[in-house]
Design a protein. Structure first.
Length: 100
């Protein structure tokens, strides 16, 4: 159970160990783009990438299910796949940082 305080599952984020995700984030950097936006760069080593990719995919799946509930005849998909992927990345980073 994810809420157990005595085992390896006690500190999971999106199904992955927080420590593994924090290690993966150490390979991610940002830079300012020409229009004031941030560009996120990451070159994760093969042994570091899988937990991070799985976690982002899980969060993206949550967002996709939420978006599916918002689709109606007059309202198309509320965000593009690229927007959803970006939102998933931001949500994952916030979850990794949230230790409450």
């Amino acid at each position: 159970m994810a809420d157990d305080m005595d085992g390896a599952d006690s500190d999971l984020v999106a199904g992955e160990r927080r420590v593994d995700l924090m290690h993966a984030l150490s390979f991610v950097s940002t830079e300012s783009g020409p229009d004031g936006e941030y560009i996120v760069n990451g070159d994760l080593p093969p042994e570091v990438a899988p937990p991070f990719i799985r976690a982002i995919m899980r969060v993206e799946a949550e967002l996709l299910l939420h978006d599916a509930e918002l689709v109606t005849v007059g309202n198309e998909e509320p965000r593009t796949p690229d927007e959803r992927r970006t939102d998933a990345f931001v949500a994952l980073v916030l979850r990794i940082d949230d230790r409450s």
